[in-house]
Every structure is written in C-alpha cells, then in structure tokens.
Design a binder for this molecule. Structure first.
Ligand SMILES: [Zn+2]
Length: 420
C-alpha cells in the first residue's frame, strides 16, 4: 500500500521551473530533523490556464529529485480532479485529490439517507471522543441532515475513486477527498458523519480537506476567529483519530489544509494541535511559489523587473475577468490597487516590498498580492518570453522560492515539532 508520510507539503509549480528550489526547502527542513515529504500538485484548472499537460509535473518533480539526490518519498497530486478530468492524470499521478464540493448540498436519494441513518445508530446521542473535552451531542435529525447534504458528494467521490482503482490498482495511489471549495464550513460532528459515509463506500482515504471556519483568501493571511479555528481544528483531529478506529479507515488518515497560500497566523495554532495530538498534516500552499517567481523577477531588476511590472499592468487591466473564477477566495479592494503608471515608476525594492508577504512591512499591499496571485494567466500568455526570463533570473527566483517555503512555512510548522 502506497502510504503518505506523517508530514507532507503540497507545493504548486505553475510553470514547472521551481521544483528543485521547492525541494531544496524540504532538504533544509530534513537537515533540521523535520521530515516533510513534498507533493507537487496542479489542478485541471491550472493546466488549462497555463496550457500544460499533467505529465509535465511528474517530469519536473523527477528531475528535481534526481538533481538533489532526494532519497525520501515524493508524490505528484492530481489536484481537485473530478470524474470528467481524472483520466488525463492517471498515468503521471500517484496522489489524487478528489473534489466533490460541487455535489455538496445536492439532496441525496431519500432511501440512501434512510439506510445510512439506520446503519449508523452509533452516531446518535452523546459521543465521548478522546481529545474533545465535552462529549459531542448529535441528534438523529443532525445525522439525517448531514447525510442528506453530503451523501451525494461521497457517492460521487466513490465513483471517481473506483475509476482510479480500476486504472491503477488498489493501494497504488494516495487518495484525498476535498470539500474545501464550498460556501459553509464543515463542523467536527459533520466531519464525523462524512467519514462514516466515506468508510461505508470503502474509499481508502489518507487525507481529507474540509472547509474550515474563516476566510482563506488567496496568497494572504487568514481572516477569522483564531480561537474558534484552533478549537475546531483540534476537534477535527480527534474526530479523525476516532473514525480511524471506529470505521477501520487507513491508520495514517490526516487533515489536509488547502491554505490558499500563506495562512501564517494559523501555523502556531496548528503546530500546537499537532504537538498535543501527535497527528500528521498535509499542508497545501501552492500559489505562493508563483508569487515568489514574480518577486524573484522584480528583485533581479532590468528585464525581470520590467516583466513583473508588465504582469501587474495586464492583470490590473483584466482584473474583472481574472478575479471572477476566484470570487469566493479573494477580497480585493480595487481602490487600494495602485495604478499601472504608479507601479511603472517603482524601483525593484518598491515592487518587492509591495508584493512580498511580510505583514510587518508598511509597503506590503495585500490587494496587489491577491491580484497577482490570480493573474498567472497573464504570465502564461507571455509564453516563451516568460519561461526564458525564469531561466535568466534563476538565482534570485530560486533564493526566494526556497527561502519562502522553508522560513515562512516549513520552519514554523514542522521544525522541532517532533522534539528532534
Ligand atoms: Zn483546495
């Protein structure tokens, strides 16, 4: 059985040029005693926007692993795949994030709901779960309502899972089920019901990505109630540990946090919860690397800075179209976006300060950062010119990509966590 390690980092590499710099961050963490397995993820949407094929992610990952002599596991994740997109990822991926968020809330077959509730009487009542202070109180109505809301989604996940099993063979890949791209967060009791349903379907999931409380805007920090997040996160961990025992799910089942990049203020609460429970974690922070690419270009000055400004100018011009698909996960105040003319006059230092995610820097502009986060299509349209510049500016880009992943993500989350 292909098993995902306790700690793993989901990284995105939109233009397939940063795998080595990303892997270098995992090397640095390993040197500090923190073993974190890299998982390169790219969704169908990203492939379509950039004009790339799923096999390119595998090729870039394999090359990076060879060059750095990485002898630990690594994976390639078909991110947010659905039934209609999974086939193209079968050959190159060994990790599948099955996205069924669109089916959440579509009423399930009444008979399925009824038989689920009948089969799972253990879910009703006061539930003592280790790690949760007060017993969960779940009524029969709660189970019914949650089953009605999520059973269709779980059944769809099962259909996709079986398609992958059929193509690759059981135990030959890692399965994640994601429900994060939806409107309302899943509470810990809802997560338990969902896990029971997933177990019923025989999906061998190793990670699950719920939607957490609060806002996870692209490329910027968490917006929400930190205490509430920490409480629910800890309860989710407890619910997962309970479900593993109760429903004989894979023993390494863990939470996957689709961070939308850079939820720095969540890292301390997450780390505390992991330390207390001994649980593992998969953290996806994909888009952050694309932003470091642009920072690296700007820092290089000359043609690099010119193209960084061009990317902003075009993104600014097309902001409505670029933002529309991401409306639920960005909060851009258009009045706070600098005009293209203003940015054109910026020095390298000014551009970097506006874009780099340093909340303590007065010049940091989260609106500009979110716009560039969703603006990678503009770079894709520059085609070869962009890719050639990535190569020309490789030293400053690689330094930013590695430094960002190690210093801002791996170190606060994992280094020293296991007491090593
Ligand atoms: Zn996601």
């Amino acid at each position: 059985m292909l098993t995902l390690a306790k700690y793993s980092l989901g990284v995105g590499d939109r233009f397939a040029h940063q795998a080595k710099a990303q892997l270098k961050a995992c090397v640095l963490a390993a040197e500090q005693g923190a073993d974190v397995v890299p998982v390169w993820n790219k969704s169908h949407r990203e492939h379509t926007t950039v004009g790339s094929q799923p096999g390119s992610v595998r090729a870039a990952a394999d090359a990076a692993v060879r060059e750095l002599g990485w002898n630990k596991p690594y994976h390639v994740d078909a991110d947010h795949i659905r039934l209609e997109t999974v086939d193209g990822f079968i050959a190159s991926s060994d990790f599948f994030t099955i996205d069924v968020a669109d089916s959440i809330g579509k009423s399930a077959d009444a008979e399925h709901v009824w038989s689920f509730v009948k089969r799972h009487t253990e879910l009703v009542g006061r539930l003592e779960i280790e790690g949760i202070e007060r017993p969960l109180e779940i009524t029969r109505i709660d189970v019914e309502r949650t089953a009605d809301k999520y059973l269709r989604a779980v059944e769809e996940a099962a259909g996709i899972y079986r398609r992958i099993v059929h193509a690759k063979g059981e135990g030959r890949f890692i399965t994640e089920v994601s429900m994060d791209e939806t409107d309302s967060p899943q509470t810990p009791p809802e997560l338990l019901v969902i896990l029971a349903a997933i177990a019923d379907e025989g999906i061998a999931i190793q990670t699950i990505a719920p939607k957490f409380t609060g806002r996870f805007n692209k490329g910027v920090d968490y917006v929400g109630d930190l205490a509430q997040f920490e409480k629910e996160f800890a309860q989710d961990l407890a619910v997962i540990a309970y479900a593993v025992g109760r429903y004989a799910m894979p023993a390494n089942l863990k939470l996957s946090v689709h961070s939308g990049s850079d939820k720095f203020s969540l890292y301390a609460p997450i780390r505390r919860a992991l330390a207390r429970s001994g649980a593992g974690l998969h953290i996806k922070t994909a888009g952050t690397t694309w932003l470091e690419e642009v920072i690296g270009l700007a820092e290089a000055g000359g043609e690099g800075l010119a193209v960084a400004k061009e990317i902003y100018a075009k993104a600014f011009e097309k902001r409505d179209a670029l933002c529309a698909p991401y409306a639920a996960v960005i909060d851009i105040d258009a009045a706070k976006l600098p005009g293209s003319g203003e940015v054109q006059a910026w020095t390298s230092r000014q551009f970097v300060a506006a874009l780099r995610h340093d909340p303590s820097c007065a010049e940091f502009n989260p609106h500009l950062r979110q716009l560039i986060h969703v603006g990678y299509k503009v770079a894709a349209q520059l085609g070869d010119r962009y890719l050639k510049l990535l190569e020309a500016c490789e030293p400053t880009i690689a330094k930013n990509v590695t430094g960002n992943l190690y210093e801002r993500h791996l170190k606060p989350l994992f280094v020293g966590l296991d007491g090593k």
